[in-house]
Structure formats: structure tokens, C-alpha cells
Design a protein around this ligand. Sequence first.
Ligand code: ADP
Ligand code: MG
Ligand code: ZN
Length: 630
Amino acid sequence: MSTPKRPSPSEQPDTPGPVQMLWLVAFGLLALMFLLTQQPDAPGATQTASYSDVKILIRHGDVREVTLQETAIIALLHEQRADGAIRMRAITPAQPDPTLLPLLEEMGVTVTAEAPRAPSTLIWFLPWILIIAFYFWLSRRMMGGLGGGLGGGVGGMGDFLSGRASKPAKLTSKLTFADVAGQDEAKREVSELVEFLRDPDRFQRVGATVPHGVLLMGPPGTGKTLLARALAGEADVPFFSTSGSEFVEMFVGVGAGRVRKMFEAARKHAPAIIFIDELDSIGRTRGTGLGGGHDEREQTLNQILAELDGFSAREAVVVLAATNRPDVLDPALLRPGRFDRHVTLSLPDKDARRAILEVHIKGLPLHHDVDLDQIAAGTPGFSGADLKNLLNEAAITAARRQAADITAADLDEARDKVMMGTVRTLAIQPDERHRLAVHEAGHTAAAYYNPGGDPIYKVTIIPRGRSLGSTHMLPAHDRHTLSEAYLRAQLVTLLAGRAAEKLLLGSVSSGADDDIRRATVLARSMVARWGMDPEIGPVDLRDSDDHPFLGQRIAQPRSYSDETATRVDQAVMVLLKDAEAKAVALIEEHRDRITRLVARLEAEETLDLPAIRQCLDPDRKITPLPRSRT
Ligand code: ADP
Ligand code: MG
Ligand code: ZN
């Protein structure tokens, strides 16, 4: 039984950063170049003069001696000064002067000629040496700097010059799950990996296969990167981290090489974690690039796939990846044996927001008028990162006021600022939020009062993925066949969100777009595939190959008459209109209770079944579990 290796905290050599290093080398070479071009000066004063002046001095007989260099002439005068001989230095004309030597001979001047200095040829090579060195440095750095966002750049020129092959950075993390507030579900799911990484033998002995590839998905700022680091900290294993965006714009082959090295290193240090952040920037569906411009990305992606496939069940290496665009990932990445375990992080609800605030107020001086509950309540749709940013903005506002602590007013101002910046990340405006609550309450009420469909278990107005709110229904059992009653109940539930908006708010919105689409696909299947319309009967009238729940349609040539097509359309419309009428009636009937549900949903954002029941069915007297009765 082995205990996980404890990596020493500072693995990284303490070399100057690669950029400083590059400047240092470039400066050194330039200085050398300058020195080489300078001629050594003899003692005494040297004055620069024009060539014709020097020639006049020679003709006047003032010059005792000349030194001819490749491009200059130095004349030593007869005249002396206290500090030594006087020298005149002049650049010789590019055209050799044929009168110079006869003149010198005539005046009896001693002539010394200096051979051109050998190093001057080196000067011509220096720029090339610089360029080549820079190229090597760049490619080394790309191969090496796996430290990415977590460790800072390692490797680089220092490595290149010392001939050391750059290694992926092995990092350790001091974070624990306590640093990740909320996200209980996600934490629970990854904590299994912690146990595995802490003691892989225990799992291997009983032949358990623990997933190698885990994909963390969720909107930006929900703590995916944070959770990955916390996982490494909890398991106390080394951590190799990279980000998909680092692979963009690399030389072909470099990315794949880096991936290979990183997996190699992780295997050597097993148990270990590999973390690939922003997987979508390399993991997009292949073959979509124009003109093969994505060769490099594809090679990198293929290398990742190959490495994932190459794991044996015994290897204690867990590959975590994070993305906020799981929808664009290449399906090959999600196949069994690859990133087949998915952990979803969602935007925090009110309690989670409060918990996140608690994590980040540590060390911040808060005025006593600050009420965290109130802030949590006033920030629906904020991600963990937004909340952290909110506190930071508030601190900046307070500092600008030169105040000693952060007041509720600072936080209010900061909230507006962050809100402006986060419209994009689904921060919801109050009126929009009310509509959302009404819409979701409609779905919930329909599912609750119109049994036959899937039972409801949770409703939320926390945005998730592309949808704003959601009503969660739990299939009572796996359904292999769908009864007509079940399908009709589903139609009512789907259309009830819109019906609630219409009845309680007096207008409908575009929020029901997806509901209508799904209901239509479902109704069309009922009529054209499952023969559920008595008039049309059991005829296969599909005009597309579609999946009633995924709502994907692949058009097919139609094999029936226009007239039949019209009848199918009419039957579909009848089904949908019936369902809508039923939904409207149902909401009308229970209007007061639904209004209560809306209010509570707005206050608490997420309601589970007991809470839903309290609103929709207050007389039922919620029966406590038999065991808890005393
Ligand atoms: P993502 O990778 O999902 O985009 P990050 O992990 O980079 O998000 O989150 C950015 C920052 O926001 C984190 O460093 C952390 O300070 C803060 N943060 C996000 N979620 C949480 C959370 N659940 N608990 C505490 N802090 C959080
Ligand atoms: Mg991240
Ligand atoms: Zn809806």
C-alpha cells in the first residue's frame, strides 16, 4: 500500500523570467557588438576631424605618424599637449584616395597599417544568431511552459541555454473544498476521485475502474478552475495544468508534443491530476475549420484522445477538463473511456451566493450596516466570480472615499457596476425575473395538478445553460414506451409556462420558444408516427427522422400526398390547442395557489418538492417521514 507522494512545495528553479532573460541576452550581444566595432584608443586625446582637414595637416607637415585602419585614418601630430600626444581621427572616403600614400611619403610621415579586425565578420552574423536564438526560445517555451495560469511560466531561455529539456510544470495546490462555496453536488461527485487518488491501491485491489476523464461544465465564473485546484489540494497529489487557449496559434506539432509530455510526466508522478482548462478551444468538433487552418488544433486534440485511450485501468492519473461550451465539443471527447464523467456546476442560488460571499469577505473590513443575506438576495444570476468582483469593486469604492470600511452603500454601487458588466452572463432584471417565476410556476403547477406525466421534484429560476429557468421532472421509472395519456400530460406541462404568463401577466413572451418547439415535435410524433389521432390512424407519415425529446429533425423526402400532410398539420394543431386549453383551465382554477408559488419562487429561487407542495397543496398537510414521527 503506497501513500501518495508529497511533492516538495517549490519544485520550480528560481531562474529569471524568460522575458527578462531574453532582454539580458539581447543586451549582452548588442554590447559585445558595440565593443567589437570600437577601435582601442591610444593614450592621449583623440579628436575627430574631416578627412580633408587631416590631409591639410599632413601637407603642412604637422603630422608625425599615421595609422591606416580599414575605414579610418589616425594622424599623430608633432604638437604635444600636457596630457599627451594629439591625435586626429578621420573616416576615410569609400573611394580609395590615390594621392594619400604619395603625399605621406613626400612629407616623410611614418605609416602604420592595421589589418582589418577578424571579429568584424562576426558582426554580420550577430543579428542572425539573435533571430535563431529567439526562434528556439519561442518553441522551447511553447513546449515547456505548461505552468499556464496556475504556476506562471517556467522553462524558457534559461532552459534553452543550459540545454535542459523543458519539463511540464508540476504544481501543488493548497486549496481545499472549503474554498469552494456551494456547488455541493459537484463537490460530492469529485470527492470520489479524491479517495481514489489518495489511495489508488484500495480501488485497484478490488478491480474497480475509476474514471480517468472528468469534464467540469458550467457557465463562466462558477468555479470550475477553482474546483479542479481544490481537488488537487484535497487529494494532495501533483497537478499538471494547461489551458486549451495556450494551444491556439502554436507551431504545428508543438501542441501535440506538449500534450504527450504532460501525460508522460503525470504518469511518472502518479497518482496525479492533469487539468485541461477551456477544453473547448482545442476540443471543438473537428473538420469545421476552413481550408485546413486548424491542423494544429486537430493534432493536439487527437493526441489528447490517444493519451486518454492509452490509460490502463491501473493508472492513477485523473484527467480533469473544464468547459463552458460543452455543446461545441467534439463528440469523440465524450465517448466512454474518455471524458465520460460529467460534473455540472451551476450558477449559485441565494444560499450558495451567501456562502460564496462569506468565503470572499475574509479579511475585508465590513461596516456593520452590511447585510450579507440582503446582498445574496439582490444578486440573482451572479456567478461566484461576479460576487468576488462585487466585493472587490466595493472595496475600491470605499478606498476612493478614503473610508476605513466597506458600507452597504459601497456594495450597492458596486452591484450596479458589476450588473452592467454582466448582462451578458445572465444577470436578471427584476421584471424579467418575475416573468420567469410565473412561467416556471406554470410548468410546475401543470405537472403537479395534472398527474400522468413525469412527477415534479424541483423548480428553479436560476439560469442554467441556455435556458433561464427550469422545471425539473423526474421520470418515475425508465420509460420504454410512452402512453398516450402520458404524452398528453407532457404537452399540457410544456405549454403551461406560456399559459401562466398569459393569465397572470396578461401577455406572452419569447420565453416559451423552446417549449413550443418541443411540444410541436412531440405532437407531430404522436400523430405521424404513433397513430394517436383517431382520424388519421396508424400510418407512418414521418416527413423527417426526428427525436421527440431532443427535437432534432432530419428532413426526408415525403412519401404521401399534400392532402394527408394538411391533415397531419391540422391534427397536430388540434392536439396542441387542446393541451393549451387544458393548461389555461388548470391555471385559472388554481390561480391563487400558483400566485403563492410565484412569490415563494421569487424569494427562494429554487424550490424542492415539499416547498412546492406547501404552496400548491397546503391542505394536504405534508406528511413527515414515518420514522421522524415521535
Ligand atoms: P470558471 O473556471 O468556472 O470560469 P473560476 O474557477 O475561474 O471560474 O472562478 C473565478 C473566481 O471566482 C475564483 O477564483 C473564485 O475566487 C471565485 N469563485 C467562483 N466560484 C466560487 C465558489 N463556488 N466559491 C468561492 N469562490 C468562487
Ligand atoms: Mg476557468
Ligand atoms: Zn418553459
